[in-house]
Design a protein around this ligand. Structure first.
Ligand code: NAD
Length: 356
């Protein structure tokens, strides 16, 4: 059996606590499923600035490029708020995305019945939501040509260019179709084809690409309608695929309807090693106190097993273990309510491991 290599980058703030818990969960599932996984720890973010004077040292890049997957906690914190812009902690994430060629961001939003009342939306609207947002990560307006300021006829203006090529669109739509094939088989491609030329190309290519997949149902939706449907009937979505800009906005909207920032995982995927991290930041206000909810990171570890190590069964075991612990009434302080059992970061990890 081949040995799979996972690089763990704890980062800053609660990063150390939550990645340690998630790493222990992977170790337990590895024993159970007979997987050989080797872990290496690397530095990034503020921790790397303190040690090496830069947020993403060459050493970290090298181990990340040579592994199967990277598990990241979070980076940043007030200690590094005043460092010069070129070495800010967040540069580590952008640098990793670039170096690993990560062109797709996958963000699953699941709202189980027992957590539905944490949502700002009505329980009957959100209970049972299970949507996967696939966002293009390296193209579009965030990376297109831009002009900060120019004078035309004495009037100052600025502009950004939205540009997508056929290969960029087809590879992300393929990824969405492949993910949908393991789910309910429905892909919603989101664009603004009534106004934007780049969206019209997106729609044409999405349609042609989805036809390569038997059993996948593709429908197109304008982004403004999608933003409304996300709060009106979020249960109707299975997989959403969209551009960098629209995906940035829609994935945050979708995260909010879940109502609990500490619970949500994410994956950034390309042709090489994938990067897995919870959607939240380093939460410096609660760091080192055992108060952090590790579930977003544990579920990121499940995604790592699913997408980078191709171990679907191990991924599902972790997801089911998390569901059981929540069903048994255990909560970290962010989700604690009277009548439930409050547990620390470490205790939550141990409870999940006990269920595996
Ligand atoms: P944050 O997500 O760190 O925290 C927002 C709020 O949610 C805080 O009250 C925090 O205590 C709470 N929270 C977050 N994760 C939690 C968890 N797992 N369990 C319980 N509560 C949790 O966002 P912020 O406060 O805006 O940013 C803090 C730092 O994190 C900043 O330096 C920011 O730049 C950085 N950041 C990093 C990433 C990343 O590494 N991907 C993402 C966002 C923010």
């Amino acid at each position: 059996m081949s040995v799979r290599k996972v690089v763990v980058i704890p980062g800053d703030g609660i990063g150390t606590e939550i990645t340690e818990v998630a790493q222990n969960v992977i170790k337990k599932v590895a024993i159970h499923n007979n997987l050989k996984i080797e872990f290496t720890t690397a530095y990034a973010g503020g921790a790397a600035i303190d040690r090496f004077g830069e947020p993403l040292p060459e050493e970290t890049l090298l181990v990340a490029k040579g592994c199967d997957a990277v598990l990241l906690g979070a980076v940043g914190g007030p200690k590094w708020d005043d460092v010069e812009p070129a070495i800010r902690p967040e540069k580590a994430i952008l640098g990793l995305r670039k170096a690993l060629g990560l062109y797709a961001n996958l963000r699953p939003i699941r709202v189980s019945k027992m957590l539905a009342d944490y949502s700002p939306l009505k329980t009957e609207i959100v209970a049972g939501v299970d949507v996967l947002i696939v966002r293009e990560l390296t193209g579009g307006i965030y990376f297109g040509d831009k002009c900060e300021s120019e004078m035309i006829d004495g009037v100052e203006q600025a502009w950004d260019k939205e540009l997508y090529s056929v290969p960029e669109i087809s590879r992300i739509v393929r990824m969405a179709c492949e993910a949908a094939a393991k789910r309910k088989g429905r892909v919603t491609s989101v664009d603004k084809a009534n106004v934007l030329a780049s969206s019209r190309l997106w729609r044409r290519v999405a349609g042609a690409t989805a036809k390569e997949y038997n059993g996948i149902e593709l429908n197109n939706m304008y982004v403004d309608n999608c933003a409304m449907q996300m709060v009106l009937a979020p249960r109707n979505f299975d997989v959403i695929v969209t551009s960098n800009l629209f995906g940035d906005i829609l994935s945050d909207e979708a995260a909010v309807i879940a109502g609990s920032i500490g619970m949500l995982p994410s994956a950034s995927i390309g042709d090489g090693p994938g990067l897995y991290e919870p959607i939240h930041g380093s939460a410096p206000d609660i760091a080192g106190k055992g108060l952090a909810n590790p579930i977003g990171t544990i579920l990121s570890a499940a995604m790592l097993l699913r997408f980078s190590l191709n171990e679907e069964e191990a991924a599902q075991r972790i997801e089911q273990a998390v569901d059981k612990v929540l069903a048994n009434g255990y909560r970290t302080q962010d989700l604690y309510r009277t009548g439930l059992t409050k547990v620390s970061t470490e205790e939550m990890g141990r409870l999940v491991i006990d269920q595996l």
